[in-house]
Design a protein around this ligand. Structure first.
Ligand code: SF4
Length: 157
């Protein structure tokens, strides 16, 4: 069950939009090599009281301390041979433009709340990027959560 702050009437709309677009992009996504993909996760998934991530301008770099689920994602990326710098823990959305300019990815795997996912889809579409989006199961400003099985399924495609 998705628990979020988004107005209830919008949850259904965002969910439908995202499911429809995930399906639309899935085939293209499978054809993008793992080294041409990047993964964007929100900073609120960190265990902020124990996190050892290094803070950059608009994002964090995970130090794999093992105190949150991002560690599992980071480990999986290494196992699946994603690029070393393919994981970005976003402090906000404004840095996304710079990351895309620098990394020039062909596909984005995004984890975020429904509303941000919806807005990000719009932005990435304008930049001809292939997208797969995984919503947070619980959003808010800290200790948010997502479905790791779903993340793993998409990363492996
Ligand atoms: S695993 Fe990474 S993101 Fe999670 S708390 Fe540790 S350093 Fe921070």
């Amino acid at each position: 069950m998705y628990i979020c702050n988004t107005k209830h009437r919008n949850v259904k709309y965002y969910n439908n939009f995202i499911n429809r677009h995930n399906k639309f992009y899935v085939k293209k996504f499978t054809h993008v090599a793992v080294n041409a993909r990047i993964v964007l996760v929100p900073h609120c998934m960190r265990n902020s009281s124990h996190c050892l991530a290094i803070e950059k301008n608009g994002y964090y770099i995970c130090m794999s301390c093992g105190n949150c689920k991002i560690n599992y994602i980071n480990t999986l990326l290494k196992k699946l041979h994603y690029k070393e710098n393919s994981l970005y823990i976003l402090k906000g959305s404004t840095i996304i433009k710079d990351i895309i300019k620098k990394q020039k990815p062909r596909a984005i795997i995004g984890i975020a709340c429904l509303q941000e996912g919806y807005q990000a889809f719009r932005y990435f579409q304008r930049h001809n990027l292939v997208i797969q989006f995984i919503p947070l199961l619980k959003d808010g400003c800290s200790s948010t959560d997502t479905n790791l099985l779903e993340v793993e399924r998409i990363l492996q495609m």
